[in-house]
Write a new protein. Structure first.
Lengths: 274, 251
């Protein structure tokens, strides 16, 4: 723990110390952005990096553009959340089976690694060929990109049970399911949420990549908007879309983190929390 | 002692691990209800293996062990609490595993929590407890089952001396109140003499029982007992015996 944090006496003061440095960085970045837009770029080049206020005016204060972006945000959020839910369900189930049966682990794990190691961009076109540019195709991209951290973190958590805790259950003839419910799953909860948080960020990437490629259908997501703004060289809207997608990623990451804290904050050691 | 009264009996028990290590050889002894037997021995002599065999966590390779495993108390070297359960929920755990109803769990858990002096801490999580308090929760958890046989695998080894001596006294109070058959493992001779009705000295690997000391002091035992001449005399004899058998026997 840093000395800065320990000198903060009140919670307010600590919160200030926690937000102050990142805020300074934000101010610096915006300043640099203005400097480049205003001084480094000529009139003709200004479309490359329009200044922040123009991005905000065009993206968030023009009602037509704002509606388009919000519609995109909603579509992308739905794809991401449904994909993550499926990914969490399948990923945890696979990890539980792996922890219970060694042969499942040795059979499945190599393929999980291969799926993880293959760039998602390389798989997406094939998914498009098989499933068309459908909603489920986009969801599948989210599942593929986000399932690996869920499997590995859950598995790590399930295996982190202390030997004597396991002995205690064996001493009293606890069955496999009882042990899973009362020992291994609760013990794995912090690790499971670590997996969910990583997956949440990746899920947004997957949704946008899917939308970017599968833009033939009815789909209205941010990925499709990004692709269109790119083609039309609408840099202001392109940057606005990037900001929206990064906000979505951050909100999901924080949301999953807060959910995890609800389950574990009461009992977990502060210094062990991630 | 006649075999019928033994709550726990080891008969010529041997243990050879799959890697060829001989941990125990020809171990024979009984523990009756109302007896508190402590095994002392050099580290790595197979003391803990003895308890694991008695509690069926591992299977011995020769000899017989008889023990009533239905109501077995067992404390490990650490408290082994589940960190996501409150004190009350931790004490209820074994009752849950044995299918005791919720209402009865609550009553019995509260009794044991009161007994180990943790009233008021029912809803605390283990992270907020000191090492000694965690051990008390661990004891209460086993006591809730009303064990006939209670095994202790160096339970107080990680605690500071003052806490350890206090818990020694408290555990003896529980022992005299509940009358279980106690089998205690420690490497502290002081602790062994203070606690036990009988002390067994184990040799270095392969572990054998090389001598047996009856400890004549009446219960309840007071802290002052530790500073009496008789106590020192017995501790000295056990220490000497232990030193004589601490060298590993070539296999």
């Amino acid at each position: 723990m840093s000395t800065v944090v320990s000198t903060g006496s009140s919670p307010w003061r600590r919160a200030l110390y926690a937000t102050y440095p990142p805020l300074l960085v934000a101010v610096g970045v915006v300043g640099l952005w203005y400097a480049i837009s205003e001084f480094a770029l000529t009139e003709g080049q200004s479309f490359l990096l329009p200044p922040p206020h123009e991005v905000i005016a065009s993206g968030f204060f023009d009602s037509g553009h704002l509606a388009e972006l919000m519609e995109g945000l909603l579509a992308t959020t739905i794809v991401t959340v449904i994909g993550l839910a499926i990914s969490a369900t399948i990923g945890m189930t696979v990890a539980i089976l792996m922890a219970q049966f060694r042969w499942v682990e040795s059979t499945v794990f190599p393929y999980a690694i291969i799926v993880q190691a293959t760039p998602i961009i390389a798989i997406v076109p094939l998914i498009g060929v098989w499933m068309g540019f459908s909603f489920s195709a986009r969801v599948l991209v989210v599942v593929i990109i986000s399932i690996f951290p869920i499997i590995t973190n859950t598995l790590f958590g399930l295996k982190s049970v202390e030997q004597n805790q396991s002995n205690l259950f064996d001493l009293h003839n606890a069955g496999g399911l009882t042990k899973l419910r009362k020992l291994t799953l609760p013990a794995a909860t912090p690790a499971i949420f670590t997996g969910f948080r990583i997956a949440a960020g990746l899920g947004v990437v997957g949704a946008i990549v899917g939308e970017f490629f599968f833009k033939g259908g009815e789909e209205k997501g941010i990925g499709r908007l990004i692709s269109r703004y790119q083609n039309l060289l609408q840099t202001k809207l392109l940057i606005a879309a990037i900001i929206i997608s990064s906000i979505l990623g951050v909100v999901l990451f924080l949301g999953v983190g807060a959910l995890g804290n609800r389950f574990t904050a009461a009992w977990q050691d502060e210094d062990r929390r991630t | 002692m006649s075999p019928g009264t033994a709550a726990l009996s080891f008969n010529d028990v041997g243990m050879i691990f799959p890697d060829g290590t001989e941990a125990l050889r020809g171990v024979t002894f009984d523990v009756a209800r109302g007896e508190f037997v402590t095994v002392v021995g050099p580290s790595g002599c197979g003391k803990s293996t003895l308890l694991k065999i008695a509690s069926n966590l591992i299977a011995n390779t020769s000899g017989d062990v008889e023990v009533d495993r239905d109501s077995l108390g067992y404390t490990f070297q650490d408290a082994t609490l589940l960190p996501w359960r409150t004190v009350k929920k931790n004490v209820e755990l074994l009752l849950e595993l044995h299918g005791v109803s919720k209402a009865e769990r609550t009553t019995r858990a509260q009794e044991e929590i009161d007994l180990v002096g943790l009233a008021g801490f029912e809803n605390h999580y283990p992270k907020r407890l000191s090492g000694g308090m965690k051990m008390r929760v661990s004891l209460a958890r086993s006591l809730a089952l009303k064990p006939k046989v209670f095994m202790f695998d160096e339970p107080f080894g990680a605690l500071d001396e003052i806490t350890r001596e206090r818990l020694n006294t408290e555990l003896l109070d529980l022992f005299t109140a509940e009358g279980f058959a106690g089998l205690f493992i420690t490497h502290s001779i002081q602790e062994a003499v203070f606690m036990s009705t009988r002390v067994l000295v184990m040799s270095a690997r392969p572990g054998r029982i090389v001598s047996e000391f009856d400890i004549p002091f009446e219960y309840p035992r007071k802290d002052e007992l530790r500073y009496t001449a008789e106590f020192a005399e017995l501790a000295g004899q056990i220490s000497e015996e232990l030193r004589a058998h601490s060298e590993s026997v070539p296999l």
